[in-house]
Design a protein around this ligand. Structure first.
Ligand code: HEM
Ligand SMILES: *[C@@H]1O[C@H](CO)[C@@H](O)[C@H](O)[C@H]1NC(C)=O
Ligand SMILES: *[C@@H]1O[C@H](CO)[C@@H](O)[C@H](O)[C@H]1NC(C)=O
Ligand SMILES: *[C@@H]1O[C@H](CO)[C@@H](O)[C@H](O)[C@H]1NC(C)=O
Ligand SMILES: *[C@@H]1O[C@H](CO)[C@@H](O)[C@H](O)[C@H]1NC(C)=O
Ligand SMILES: *[C@@H]1O[C@H](CO)[C@@H](O)[C@H](O)[C@H]1NC(C)=O
Ligand SMILES: *[C@@H]1O[C@H](CO)[C@@H](O)[C@H](O)[C@H]1NC(C)=O
Length: 369
């Protein structure tokens, strides 16, 4: 049996026989959810998942997809969820393949959640996600909206954290995105220049990176932000598109980004959205970025980041994997019991493990940031 599946089997057995308490919290073993058998075209939402405006205690944050899934109850409406709940919700509502959503959910738990109790917030700090046992990563679990490890600069609809609100949708930023749509968009059922395409996403990313490099003294565009932001731009084209037409139109994108609700008469993708589907669009967007991975120095001059050590310098993706480990607290290596099992499981989910990136990293980042 492959080591990975042996690990999963061991975790399931362990869950049955043990209840483990650390620092007053009860550990919950993380597992891979069963994979869906129904992965075709389907109208979303169904009758069981109406839009309900979030209440004051419900967490929402920088990810339009997770916010939309929560507003419709495909993931818990309070915005606090487990690894499995995030994956199952994104699979059902958006036909996201586990190969994409698995590593995203693993990042959320390892960087900004509580992997011992298997919970993270898609917004800010929540009383439902206590700090790690022993507060080894500081006094609170931030939630994915916390700037730095996961949430970063040059987003399409959220401000850079140094400039303003990095969590909520910003009309002014979206209006600027729509100027690019007006210039580069394809013609469609809603009029000319109303369908998002690669040229539009390139226009948006070029505009945002140049604008923030010159206005945000702390502008940081690491390898993982390069892959993350161009990946998000590709998501907009491949995941939010109407599955019957493959078009991401002005009303569809407005509904997801501005209103955080599924558009009327929307169909999810006809097949799971995998890395193979997203790759060409993400690569085209990356190739057109004005800057290599880097950041502003104290004088506001953009300086390219040094390459990581071999073999992580072999590709942008492997470099991003290295940056991710550098932004995950090293103290997670020092855990025990279910806590350690879950950390090891999530690290395995993140590991690209392909020939171009075949060396697994343990987290080596600072705690409490
Ligand atoms: C558990 C799964 C997911 C997690 C933890 C997650 C997390 C995040 C985070 C932290 C950001 C902020 C990055 C930044 O701009 O600084 C983000 C942005 C984004 N996410 Fe997600 N995400 C998940 C799944 C998805 C899925 C399935 C989609 C599919 C459409 C998606 C689409 C986007 C888009 C388009 C943005 C960019 C928003 C912008 O630039 O204004 N995400 N996500
Ligand atoms: C839309 O574009 C088509 C093709 O370029 C053109 O023939 C048509 O006049 C345009 N329609 C409008 C309303 O501008
Ligand atoms: C949409 O994309 C899928 C996957 O690439 C393809 O199989 C399908 O034929 C496309 N549909 C249309 C209407 O272009
Ligand atoms: C957003 O919701 C408002 C209020 O329901 C509605 O009037 C508007 O048309 C919606 N916009 C989009 C782009 O879906
Ligand atoms: C998706 O495409 C179908 C078939 O063309 C159409 O009936 C439906 O209105 C479209 N939905 C959206 C949200 O554009
Ligand atoms: C990676 O770094 C090693 C050691 O410095 C170097 O020999 C190699 O050429 C680099 N590879 C790439 C693709 O830059
Ligand atoms: C792990 O714990 C040991 C013993 O307390 C300590 O020496 C070491 O620095 C810790 N390592 C990390 C990465 O926190």
């Amino acid at each position: 049996m492959k080591p990975f599946f042996t690990l999963v089997l061991f975790q399931i057995l362990h869950a049955i026989v043990s209840a483990e308490v650390q620092d007053g919290q009860t550990g919950v073993v993380i597992t891979l959810p069963p994979q869906p058998t129904d992965t075709g075209l389907k109208q979303i939402p169904d009758a069981d998942h109406p839009f309900i405006t979030p209440g004051p205690d419900d967490q929402r944050g920088p990810c339009p997809a997770m916010n939309t899934l929560a507003n419709h109850g495909y993931v818990p409406r309070n915005g606090v969820m487990s690894f499995e709940e995030a994956i199952v919700g994104a699979q059902e509502g958006l036909n996201m393949d586990i190969g994409i959503v698995g590593p995203l959910a693993a990042n959320a738990l390892l960087m900004r959640g509580n992997p011992f109790i298997n919970k993270f917030s898609i917004g800010g700090v929540s009383p439902l996600v206590p700090p790690l046992p022993g507060k080894i990563d500081g006094p609170e679990a931030g939630g994915i909206a916390k700037h730095g490890r996961f949430e970063g600069d040059a987003s399409m609809t959220r401000s850079d954290a140094f400039i303003g609100d990095n969590r909520d949708f910003q009309d002014i930023l979206y209006d600027m995105d729509l100027l690019q749509l007006g210039k580069f968009g394809d013609n469609g059922p809603d009029g000319n220049n109303t369908v998002f395409n690669v040229a539009t996403m390139i226009g948006i990313m070029q505009h945002n990176t140049i604008m923030y490099q010159s206005t945000d003294p702390e502008f940081t565009f690491s390898a993982s932000r390069v892959t993350g932001s161009s990946g998000a731009a590709a998501f907009l084209l491949n995941v939010f598109a109407n599955g019957t037409t493959n078009q991401s139109t002005l009303p569809i994108i407005g509904s997801f980004l501005r209103n955080q609700t599924f558009p009327p008469n929307w169909f999810r993708a006809g097949a799971p959205v995998t890395g193979t589907v997203l790759g060409p669009n993400a690569a085209a967007i990356q190739a057109a970025l004005p800057f290599p991975p880097g950041r502003n120095n104290a004088q506001g001059v953009y300086v390219a980041d040094p390459l990581p050590p071999t073999p992580f310098n072999s590709s942008l993706g492997c470099w991003a994997y290295w940056v991710q480990a550098a932004n995950t607290p090293a103290v997670l290596q020092n855990t025990t019991g279910i806590f350690k099992q879950n950390v090891d499981f999530l690290l395995q989910i993140q590991f690209p493990g392909n020939p171009a990136c075949d060396q697994q990293l343990l987290p080596f980042g600072p705690a409490g940031v």
